[in-house]
Design a protein around this ligand. Structure first.
Ligand code: SF4
Ligand code: SF4
Length: 457
């Protein structure tokens, strides 16, 4: 009964447009120190012009830039990473105070760690923190041998002796016994805890995508393993709308629930997908008009980053930057962070409701589902489709009955300029191989059918 009352209160607050910042703050036991508008002493000596905002990790006292560089969407040509561009972006980021770099063995088909190692290897080790992961997704990789190989390869690929932030990657998609079957039975948890004691791992945590019951179970083991940090998907849309599947109650699967659970336990939060796979940089026109009316000179993406940074238990917000202009704009946003006001939070709460009302596909462009054995460019199809939904170009039979065929023709014309014919949704054979790989639990073949319907109109 008591639990029911609390859920109703949360739902009431959401309907009233409160984003929960006040609520979260009152629950905070030990806020991460924020050094806004200034740099810590040792960084200031290096470059007095750096205005980056830092948060201090209460475990290791690292001063971490509130903007983290996600190395999963690096510039590339035909899937070959453009190392020179990566180097230039990393150099600019470090020169402007960014010091947290997040990669994983699976990113860019296994090439991200090496590219990250090359770019960072040109800098002093004390100028950056490196985060990487145990991406033993497939059951055949759950053996001790395969998991150990992945762990040791990360050190070699990155060219480091110590990993600052090490994560069990993409927790939540393998049922209630995931901790036991994937990390305990093979001895990896015991090994990683010993590695932390030996100082080769400085912070041990996990990234969460999936079933909230598994998230709760991992947190129940905090007294045993002491999670130094946890990475969650959090942005102003997912805060209010459950994107995680398998939740006990709808309200329990959203980012507000995840953040508040971690904050109550005093576990720092690393944010992934602050832009929801780039979609919050490219919002529907009516939302864009509302945001531009308030801050005409700011990019649309900056709103999403400022919203994330406003939460005091956030250690860093990762941005998967693929162009220098992304790096420049994001650094501007965080140098220093200007927290969102209550009025701005209300505007973003209304924007979240509007965005959620568009029938888009919740793809974050993570690429985990690739490659498709039949050549379908899964994220490419979904990105194009979502953009056209947001721009209201996509024809919906019930809404656009009058000009359905004209709109469908416009959609098709643009579609085949953006994507090769052999990569389009019509090539999907419904084999289902991609299904288990998607952390967002998207029914990929079903969603491909929506695109096929327009392409075949
Ligand atoms: S279901 Fe379709 S998109 Fe997924 S792997 Fe099979 S053919 Fe590719
Ligand atoms: S469909 Fe799923 S796995 Fe594939 S890119 Fe989108 S979110 Fe990632």
């Amino acid at each position: 009964m008591e639990e029911k009352k609390q859920i109703n209160r949360r739902q009431f607050l959401k309907r009233m447009g409160f984003t929960g910042i006040g609520l979260a703050s009152t629950m905070l036991l030990d806020p991460i120190t924020s050094v806004a508008g200034n740099v810590l002493k040792e960084d200031k000596k290096k470059n007095p012009n750096i205005k980056m905002t830092y948060r201090v990790n209460r475990n290791t006292k690292d001063s971490v830039s509130l903007l983290g560089f996600g190395m999963m969407r690096l510039p590339n040509t035909n899937r070959v990473i453009n190392q020179n561009e990566v180097n230039a972006m990393v150099d600019y980021a470090i020169a402007n105070g960014v010091n947290y770099f997040d990669t994983a063995p699976v990113y860019h088909g296994g090439k991200s760690e090496t590219a990250t190692g090359i770019a960072l290897g040109r800098h002093k080790r004390e100028d950056f923190f490196i985060a990487t992961k145990l991406s033993n997704f497939q059951k055949e990789q759950w053996t001790k041998e395969a998991s150990m190989k992945m762990y040791h390869d990360s050190f070699k690929n990155l060219g480091v002796k110590v990993i600052d932030y090490y994560l069990l990657h993409a927790i939540g998609g393998n049922g209630p016994n995931e901790l036991k079957e994937r990390f305990e039975d093979n001895g990896m948890m015991e090994f990683l805890v010993k590695e932390r004691e030996a100082g080769r791992i400085r912070n041990l945590g996990f990234s969460y995508h999936g079933d909230v019951k598994v998230f709760d179970y991992f947190l129940s083991q905090h007294s045993k393993y002491h999670w130094d940090f946890v990475q969650i998907q959090m942005n102003y849309v997912d805060w209010r709308h459950a994107s995680m599947k398998g939740s006990r109650e709808e309200a329990d699967g959203d980012a507000e629930y995840l953040y508040n659970r971690l904050t109550k336990l005093n576990i720092p939060v690393v944010i992934m997908e602050p832009l929801r796979g780039g979609r919050l940089a490219n919002v529907p026109k009516d939302v864009e008009n509302d945001l531009k009316a308030m801050r005409p000179d700011d990019s649309i993406a900056s709103w999403a980053f400022r919203w994330c940074g406003t939460y005091p238990n956030v250690l860093t917000a990762l941005s998967g930057m693929s162009k220098m202009e992304h790096v420049e704009d994001n650094i501007k946003t965080f140098s220093p962070l200007e927290p969102c006001t209550e009025k701005e939070n209300s505007i973003l709460a209304a924007a979240a409701d509007k965005i959620e009302g568009y029938p888009t596909i919740p793809c974050t462009q993570c690429n985990y589902c690739m490659p498709c054995p039949f050549g379908v460019n899964i994220p490419g199809n979904f990105a194009y489709y979502n953009e056209k939904i947001d721009k209201r170009i996509i024809p919906l039979p019930e809404r656009d009955a009058k000009d359905y065929m004209e709109r469908a023709a416009e959609f098709k014309d643009g579609f085949h300029k953006a994507l090769k014919v052999e990569e389009d949704a019509t090539k999907c054979r419904d084999c289902g191989i991609c299904l288990a790989k998607c952390p967002q639990k998207i029914r990929i073949p079903t969603q491909m059918s929506r695109i096929k319907e327009v392409l075949n109109a």
